[in-house]
Design a protein around this ligand. Structure first.
Ligand code: ZN
Length: 311
């Protein structure tokens, strides 16, 4: 899988997109974006650099007049985001330079950067960097933008189609470092979002200066065993403590999401303070809202069989 940015001719444009990709899922102060991203100081909404036929980025501000929606996340680690075109005097005009820039991006498959303003942190205006996205369609009222693909098959899926779960990652060609890094970031950020920024087991979720901390996206089938990173159905969100115990097979869960704890006596005696035993046979209290994003049965079975070997 090669990096599509390589084929972009204008290096300044490419550098900006590469920087936006580097920040994917981060919360970045507006002041930093104004310094590093062209047009961010002066333009709102859609930015198309002068002399370019393509738009470079879009942003949604908290006080925006357009009815943009929240991003939607999918099991294969993709996201979509609907964005309103710019209007003039309350009327949509696809001939506006900015809208034309987005339509050109759609035609030429050139990615754009996507930013969403979040609440202020310590008095600073902050933007969540959604990352790079491709414009998949325009239905007359909204552009649909899809986050750049992180898997081998980048075929766009139809609306509402859930891709089959492939538990293992075997690539015939080495995955480029940039794509691998992106997969890891995407896996973590989507899992964090879908599990409501709380441990799936103990529901702990700390926040400090606008960021959640001590939470980790755990793999059900470990990466070391070729477990897939490009699909969030091989993951769940755990606090650092319960992640370490999960990785050591001290506990796991079954297909009904009921917690199983090792029979190891020493562990059980030492785990009292860790509250793990309190959840034994209970259902994991924190799971994604949609069942389609739950850990996949194949992954759960794989871990359960490893867990049984350790008991
Ligand atoms: Zn926990």
């Amino acid at each position: 899988m090669t990096d599509p940015l390589v084929s972009l001719p204008v290096s300044k444009f490419r550098e900006s997109l590469a920087q936006i990709r580097e920040w994917e899922a981060d919360l970045v102060p507006a002041a930093v974006l104004q310094q590093r991203i062209p047009g961010f100081r002066a333009f709102k909404g859609i930015y198309k650099p002068a002399g370019s036929s393509h738009a470079l980025w879009i942003r949604q501000t908290l006080r925006g007049v357009y009815s943009d929606m929240k991003p939607e996340y999918f099991p294969d680690g993709s996201w979509t985001y609907r964005y309103s075109p710019e209007s003039q005097e309350g009327k949509l005009d696809t001939n506006l330079a900015t809208n034309r820039g987005l339509l050109q991006c759609m035609k030429d498959r050139v990615p754009i950067g996507v930013f969403r303003q979040e609440g202020d942190v310590s008095g600073r205006t902050m933007y969540r960097v959604l990352g790079l996205g491709y414009i998949e369609g325009f239905d007359g009222s909204h552009f649909t933008i899809r986050g750049e693909p992180i898997n081998e098959s980048s075929e766009p899926l139809g609306e509402g189609v859930i891709p089959p779960f492939k538990p293992f990652e075997f690539s015939p060609t080495p995955v480029e470092t940039v794509v691998r890094k992106l997969r890891e970031r995407r896996f973590s950020s989507i899992i964090r979002e879908l599990y409501h920024e709380k441990c799936s087991l103990c529901e702990v979720g700390y926040r400090l200066h606008g960021r959640s901390l001590a939470l980790e996206a755990a793999h059900v089938i470990p990466v070391g065993q070729a477990g897939i990173t490009g699909d969030i159905r091989n993951g769940l969100l755990l606090c650092s403590n319960h992640h370490a115990l999960f990785d050591a097979y001290a506990w796991t869960f079954d297909r009904d999401f009921r917690v199983r704890v090792t029979k190891d006596r020493e562990f059980r005696a030492s785990a009292l303070a860790n509250h793990v035993l309190g959840w034994e046979s209970q259902r994991l209290p924190n799971l994604p809202t949609s069942k389609t994003n739950y850990p996949a049965p194949e992954a759960i079975e794989w871990r359960l069989s490893e867990f049984r070997k350790q008991v």
